[in-house]
Design a protein around this ligand. Structure first.
Ligand SMILES: NC(=O)c1ccc[n+]([C@@H]2O[C@H](COP(=O)([O-])OP(=O)(O)OC[C@H]3O[C@@H](n4cnc5c(N)ncnc54)[C@H](O)[C@@H]3O)[C@@H](O)[C@H]2O)c1
Length: 268
């Protein structure tokens, strides 16, 4: 029997983490680097990507590079994929992490600016589709790969606006849920399309993680709605799911949605 720890090893695997310079993407990039992967992290600003890449590389002693990406531009997705492939000769893992739901402008649906609705869908749904295509071509060619998309519990349940209003926090715009619902949908169908080529496609759907910028009132209110009693803990609670889906440990798992939300979406 193969040693279990070998199934989790990412030694010499080449991974891309979009938006890996910050937040959950940074955590994921660190997890992959710790388990031996060569990692490319992207940011819309090359300098930022390179600075964080250097920091992760020094810490984990593995190669980490920074690449520029604006995933709403197809040419940028193509360039990012070509850059990583030209440099390392393959791409084993794509984490479609870039995006996010913190709304700019008025977030109330009935007052929402149509252009902001379009922008949100482009960065959270169109971007991951573009990257899946430009990286997916290389994965199909090499007959192996794992694509992991960041979904959200926003795609799974409607959520009360009360805790947002009570704690003066901007609510998440409705179209964020639509975009993440789209991610869940495309991931399942892409999994079916890619399976004959040995490429797996899955989703991680996090609940709210406390990145340190939220008010204590909001963090407490959110915790009361969460069966495990707290918001997601950064630098810890996304790591296991990310490593599992990136590695051979999940070699028989495709088209799935791994919900990491402390039970939030199961609780009425
Ligand atoms: N933080 C949470 O609580 C939470 C919960 C559920 C889902 N998510 C999802 O997890 C992912 C990461 O969230 P986070 O909170 O760490 O986000 P974050 O805002 O801290 O970082 C997002 C990253 O994505 C990049 N990005 C955004 N739009 C982009 C674009 N058009 N092109 C290229 N890069 C772009 C940003 O520059 C940044 O690097 C997102 O997809 C988000 O929707 C987060």
């Amino acid at each position: 029997m193969e040693k279990l720890r070998n199934l989790f090893s990412l030694h010499q695997k080449v991974a891309i983490v979009t938006g890996g310079n910050t937040g959950l993407g940074y955590d994921i990039a660190c997890a992959l680097a710790e388990f031996g992967a060569i990692v490319a992290i992207t940011s819309r600003t090359l300098d930022k990507a390179e600075a964080v890449a250097h920091e992760i590389s020094s810490h984990y002693g593995t190669e980490v590079v920074g690449v520029q990406l604006d995933q709403t531009e197809y040419s940028s997705c193509q360039r990012m994929s070509d850059t990583v492939h030209d440099r390392f000769g393959r791409i084993d893992i794509l984490f479609n992490n870039a995006g996010g739901g913190s709304g700019k402008g008025e977030c109330d649906f009935l007052k929402r600016d149509p252009q902001l609705i379009r922008n949100m869908i482009e960065s959270n749904l169109v971007g991951p589709l573009f990257c899946s295509q430009t990286v997916g071509r290389y994965m199909v060619e090499q007959c192996a790969g794992s694509i992991i998309n960041m979904g959200s519990i926003a795609a799974l349940v409607g959520r009360t606006r009360k805790i947002y209003h009570d704690t003066y926090k901007m609510e998440q715009p409705i179209e964020y849920a639509a975009a993440k619902g789209g991610v869940l949908g495309f991931a399942k169908d892409l999994a079916a399309y890619m399976a004959p080529f040995g490429v797996r496609v899955n989703v991680i759907s996090p609940g709210g993680f406390d990145k340190g910028e939220l008010s204590q009132d909001f963090v407490k209110a959110y915790a009361t709605l969460t069966p495990l009693g707290h918001m997601g803990v950064m630098h810890k609670e996304i790591l296991g799911a990310a490593l599992f889906l990136a590695s051979e440990a999940s070699s028989y798992v495709t088209g799935q949605n791994l919900v990491v939300d402390g039970g939030f979406s199961t609780c009425k």
